[in-house]
Design a protein around this ligand. Structure first.
Ligand SMILES: [Zn+2]
Length: 174
């Protein structure tokens, strides 16, 4: 398994740090694995490869943690960074208002978006609508009796999402 000169490094993953208001690129897990000599293990464990080799569960757990679950730390301040889509446009560092709305949106919804509300009032409106939607989804969840087990998972997820949105709304309304 030699390093392929032709292929070069793979696309990098994008992260942002709320404390520094900056974005940082991190190497693709496959590139990291390649440097550590673990690429074939990683590919066998988590990607479509042929022929597939069986990987022991403890190795899978190690790979899961090492390449996907480990917290990614800001190289400048050491805070946890959050992963953003490659298409995400990071607000300029000096635009503190936009960063505040972005962080608030993230705390409530668990993801980031380029279509952010323009101001705090609009953000509260967006979150209140989202809260209402989640509550009605949760109330009507029992109508779909055929997927009982998945339904319970969905209910737990909705409850967590409702809690996160409510918490953030409380912060915003102080
Ligand atoms: Zn930072």
């Amino acid at each position: 398994m030699g390093y392929s000169i032709l292929k070069g490094p793979r696309y990098k993953l994008h992260y942002i740090c709320f404390a520094c208001r900056k974005n940082f690129k991190q190497p693709n897990p496959k590139d990291v694995a390649e440097r550590k000599g673990e690429l074939s293990l990683l590919l066998n464990g988590f990607y479509f490869v042929k022929p597939k080799k069986e990987i022991p569960v403890d190795i899978i757990q190690y790979l899961q943690y090492e390449y996907f679950d480990k917290k990614v730390i800001c190289p400048e301040c050491g805070a946890n960074m959050i992963k953003v889509p490659m298409s995400f446009e990071t607000p300029p560092k000096k635009n503190i208002k936009e960063w505040k709305i972005l962080q608030s949106f993230y705390e409530a919804k668990g993801y980031v978006t380029n279509e952010l509300p323009d101001n705090k009032k609009m953000l509260i409106e967006v979150l209140e609508n989202s809260l209402e939607w989640h509550i009605s989804m949760l109330q009507n969840a029992d109508d779909h009796k055929s997927y009982l087990e998945k339904l319970n998972d969905a209910k737990i997820r909705l409850k967590h999402e409702i809690e996160a949105i409510r918490n953030e709304l409380n912060h915003l309304k102080i």
